[in-house]
Write a protein that binds this ligand. Structure first.
Ligand SMILES: [Zn+2]
Length: 585
C-alpha cells in the first residue's frame, strides 16, 4: 500500500471535517437569525397564485431558510443555523440579521442614478423661497461650490412657492459676487438665475436670440434681469467648464452608493453615454463599485454604439459591469402629451403626441446593434408608440429570426391597446415597468386617455395573464426609487398617500410574490443573469438584501405597514456594501 502524501492526508481530513476546512483563502460570512426567502421555488401562476412547491400555506409565507453561508463571492450554503455554524473558521465574519428578512438582491431595472451625483459640489438651496435668503445663503456657503472652477453654482430653491418677481436678479447676485460667475437653478428647472459675470462668460446680451422652449427675462428698459425660464438655462450651462474624468467618476460612485444604501445590489443604467461608461469601467477595474451595473448604451451616442458594435455584447455573467444592451427612445411622456396615441388625446382633440425621429430614434443604427447581438430596450409610452415598436420588432425578427432570442424590452409599456398584449408574448418581449409611475400618474392619466384606453394602462396583471415577462423599476430620478414604495404601489395600486381606498384599477395589482420577483428574479432574467443571480441558491453570487420587515407576509396581510420598511443591509458579491449599524457581529 502506498503511503498517503501529506496533501492527500489534508484532503482526507478536510473531507472528514468538510465544513471547517477552507480549501482556499476566501473569506467566509455566515448570516444567521434571518428569515430567508430564497425565491428558488417555481414561479407563481399567471393569476398570481403561488406554485404548489412555494413555502406558502393558507395565506401565510414561511421563510425557507434561516441562515446563509457565503465564501468569497458565492453562496455555499442555505439552510438552518446549526449547519451554517459548522462552516465557521477563524476568519469567518458573522452577520446577525436580527430577525430581519433576507431576499435576493433588489434590482432597479431602469434607473439613471448619475442624476444623484450631478449636483455634487453645488450649493443646495432647498427650502429657500425669497431673494434675500438665497443671496445670503450663497455668500455663507460659497466654499461648498467646488463643481466648476470659480463658478458659484446652486440648485433646488423652492420655485413652486416663488413667482419670478421673488427671485434674486443679476444685479443682486453681482453685488454679492462681483468677480465670480454665479448660476442657480430651481427645484424643477423651470427658472434659473445668473449674475452679470456668468452672462458675460456665456456671451449673453440683451440682443441674444431667445431659444425655443424658454425665455430670457428683461426689465421694462429691455435690460437683462438674469432670469431664465425652462430651456434657456442651457445658454448658461453650455458655458460651464466641462466635467473632468474625475467628476464623472465621483458622480457615478455617488449614484451607486445611493443605490446600495437603498438596498439595491444592481441597477440597469437606462442610457449610458461614453463618459459615464468610462467612469463605471474605472470603478469596476478598481474594485470600487459597490453595486452591479447592467449598462444599456445610450442610442443617441452613435460613436459609442459603433465602438461596441465592433466589440459585441459582453455575455459573461456575474461581472460588476455588463455592457449588453442599447436604450433608445421612441415617444414622449403621457403627462406632457408627448406619448404617441392611436386616437386623439381625450383632453386635447386633434393631438396624438410625438414620436420617432423627434426623439432621436435612429432605426437603422438600432437594428444593426440588434444584429450584433445586443438587447434593445426601447422607451414607448402611448398605445401607438407601443404598437409601432411591436411592428418594428416583428419586422426585424421576420428578417433575422435569431435576433429574437435576445430578450428585447419595451421600457414603460405604459398604455397598450387591448389587441397588442398578446403580441408582446408572441414576440417574446419583456415589459419593463414602473409601479411608482402608476401611483404618480393616477390623478390625471385618465384625463389624457379616457375611460376605455385607461384599462390597458399600467396593466401589469394583463401582461402577466398573457405570459409576458415583467421587470419592475423606478426610472429614478423620475420617480422615488424607495423599494417599499414601488412594492406597495405594485400590490395595492395606491399612491404615497395610501389613496384611493381599494386601489386604482385594483384588478391590475400583483401579489407580493410577483412584485418581489419583478424586483429580483425577473430582473435577473431581463439582464440574462438568472443563472448567477436573482435567487438565493448554492453556487450563485451572493447578492442579498436584508430588510427589517417580512415583505411577503406584511404585503399579504397589512400592506400599509410596508411604509415602516427599512433596509438593514446590502450585500454584493459577498461584500457588505451597506449596513445599518449593528448587524455585523
Ligand atoms: Zn428612463
Amino acid at each position: 500500500m502506498k503511503i498517503p502524501s501529506t496533501t492527500t492526508l489534508i484532503i482526507l481530513l478536510c473531507a472528514f471535517l468538510l465544513n471547517a476546512c477552507s480549501t482556499n483563502d476566501q473569506n467566509r460570512t455566515i448570516i444567521t437569525n434571518a428569515k430567508v426567502y430564497t425565491l428558488s421555488w417555481s414561479d407563481p401562476g399567471l393569476d398570481g397564485s403561488p406554485h404548489p412547491n412555494a413555502p406558502y400555506n393558507n395565506g401565510r409565507w414561511i421563510p425557507d431558510a434561516s441562515a446563509i453561508v457565503i465564501e468569497g463571492e458565492h453562496i455555499i450554503f442555505v439552510g438552518d443555523e446549526e449547519t451554517a455554524f459548522s462552516y465557521q473558521n477563524e476568519s469567518t465574519t458573522l452577520l446577525d440579521a436580527k430577525g430581519g428578512t433576507v431576499i435576493p438582491g433588489l434590482v432597479d431595472s431602469h434607473a439613471h442614478p448619475f442624476y444623484f451625483g450631478e449636483d455634487l459640489g453645488k450649493i443646495e438651496l432647498t427650502g429657500l423661497s425669497d431673494a434675500e435668503s438665497i443671496v445670503q445663503y450663497l455668500v455663507d456657503h460659497q466654499e461648498e461650490s467646488t463643481a466648476a472652477d470659480d463658478w458659484i453654482l446652486g440648485f433646488g430653491y423652492d420655485e413652486g412657492s416663488m413667482a419670478t418677481e421673488k427671485l434674486p436678479t443679476a444685479d443682486m447676485l453681482t453685488e454679492a459676487f462681483p468677480n465670480r460667475p454665479v448660476f442657480i437653478i430651481g427645484t424643477h428647472g423651470f427658472t434659473s438665475v445668473a449674475n452679470h459675470e456668468a452672462m458675460k462668460r456665456a456671451g449673453i446680451t440683451a440682443q441674444s436670440p431667445v431659444p425655443v422652449g424658454g425665455d430670457i427675462l428683461k426689465d421694462e428698459n429691455g435690460e437683462l434681469l438674469g432670469i431664465f425660464t425652462n430651456n434657456a438655462a442651457e445658454l448658461i450651462e453650455e458655458s460651464l467648464p466641462p466635467k473632468t474624468e474625475d467628476d464623472y467618476r465621483n458622480i457615478v460612485l455617488h449614484g451607486m452608493n445611493v443605490m446600495a444604501e437603498s438596498g439595491y445590489t444592481a441597477f440597469h443604467d437606462a442610457g449610458t453615454n461614453a463618459e459615464y461608461l468610462a467612469a463605471y469601467q474605472f470603478h469596476e477595474d478598481e474594485g470600487s463599485a459597490p453595486v452591479r451595473v447592467y449598462s444599456m448604451l445610450q442610442a443617441t451616442d452613435e460613436e459609442l454604439l459603433s465602438e461596441w458594435m465592433q466589440k459585441g455584447p459582453e455575455t459573461a455573467t456575474g461581472e460588476m459591469l455588463t455592457v449588453r444592451a442599447v436604450k433608445a427612445y421612441y415617444d414622449g411622456s403621457l403627462g406632457i402629451r408627448g406619448a404617441k396615441l392611436i386616437e386623439d388625446y381625450s383632453d386635447k382633440p386633434g393631438h396624438r403626441g410625438v414620436s420617432g425621429e423627434d426623439y432621436g430614434f435612429n432605426e437603422a443604427l438600432v437594428e444593426e446593434m440588434m444584429s450584433a447581438g445586443f438587447q434593445l430596450g426601447i422607451h414607448a409610452i402611448g398605445d401607438a408608440g407601443n404598437r409601432d415598436m411591436l411592428n418594428f420588432y416583428e419586422r426585424i425578427f421576420d428578417a433575422n429570426p435569431e435576433v429574437k432570442a435576445n430578450r428585447h424590452r419595451i421600457e414603460h409599456a405604459q398604455v397598450v391597446h387591448p389587441n397588442d398584449f398578446s403580441r408582446f408574448a408572441d414576440l417574446e418581449l419583456i415589459a419593463s415597468m414602473e409601479p411608482p409611475h402608476m401611483a404618480e400618474d393616477m390623478g390625471w392619466a385618465e384625463d389624457r386617455v379616457g375611460s376605455e384606453r385607461i384599462k390597458g394602462a399600467y396593466a401589469w396583471r394583463t401582461f402577466r395573464e398573457y405570459g409576458v415577462p415583467l421587470t419592475f423599476n423606478s426610472d429614478l430620478t423620475g420617480s422615488d426609487h424607495n423599494f417599499f414604495y414601488g412594492f406597495y404601489a405594485a400590490i395595492t395600486r395606491k399612491n404615497k398617500y395610501r389613496q384611493p381606498e381599494g386601489g386604482w384599477y385594483p384588478e391590475q395589482a400583483l401579489t407580493p410574490e410577483e412584485a418581489l420577483r419583478a424586483y429580483t428574479s425577473w430582473s435577473a432574467y431581463a439582464a440574462f443573469q438568472e443563472e448567477v443571480l436573482g435567487t438565493i441558491e448554492v453556487g450563485k453570487r451572493a447578492d442579498l438584501t436584508i430588510l427589517n420587515i417580512d415583505v411577503l407576509n406584511v404585503g399579504e396581510q397589512n400592506p400599509d405597514s410596508l411604509w415602516n420598511g427599512r433596509v438593514l443591509g446590502t450585500i454584493v458579491d459577498g461584500k457588505l456594501v451597506f449596513e445599518e449599524l449593528g448587524i455585523r457581529n
